[in-house]
Design a protein around this ligand. Structure first.
Ligand SMILES: [Cu+2]
Length: 173
């Protein structure tokens, strides 16, 4: 009897734990599931910050991220980072980021990312940065970006966001 109760309580505990983990920052807009939105802490004086997350389109029609509004930044856009001839470049994704039906699009260091531009107060580790993402079909959704460490919790080689403070958009990095 006692053992049964213990197992039951343990079950409740784990169910609660997983519910907490899953709902921490994950949100849904229509058929679009948004996973693990996080941002990189910025060095003092830096003007641009990077935001990362995952979009899963569970629907049967393609959707498109058409706008990002964040009150911490003057403007926010989706960028694509790529390497050509050994030179890292990044450019805005024109016309919105397409999230094809049934597919996952990952925004991560070194690839697609959200670029917060003209940030007045650099993001600090532990902060939550709120933004409203608008999809063409799924509509607007509020997202909370958890600010991680300066170097990033999942830093990958080739990421230059930590030193983008002096980034010049017209020049390759
Ligand atoms: Cu960028």
């Amino acid at each position: 009897m006692m053992k049964k109760l213990t197992i039951f309580l343990a079950g409740l505990f784990f169910a609660g734990l997983f519910a907490t983990l899953a709902s921490a920052h994950d949100v849904k807009a229509g058929a679009i599931e948004i996973g693990h939105p996080h941002a990189r802490a910025m060095v003092p004086g830096a003007k641009v910050g990077g935001g990362y997350l995952t979009f899963v389109n569970n629907g049967s029609i393609d959707d498109k991220l058409v706008s990002i509004i964040c009150d911490r930044a003057k403007s926010s856009e989706v960028h694509q980072m790529s390497v050509s001839n050994g030179v890292m470049t990044m450019r805005p994704v024109a016309g919105g980021l397409v999230v094809p039906a049934g597919q996952t699009v990952e925004l991560k260091p070194g690839g697609y990312h959200i670029m917060f531009m003209d940030v007045a107060k650099p993001f600090k580790e532990g902060e939550i940065v709120k933004a409203t993402l608008t999809f063409e079909k799924a509509g607007p959704v509020d997202v909370e970006f958890a600010v991680g460490s300066l170097s990033g919790t999942n830093a990958s080689a080739g990421d230059t966001h930590s030193d983008m403070g002096g980034m010049d958009m017209s020049k390759p990095q």
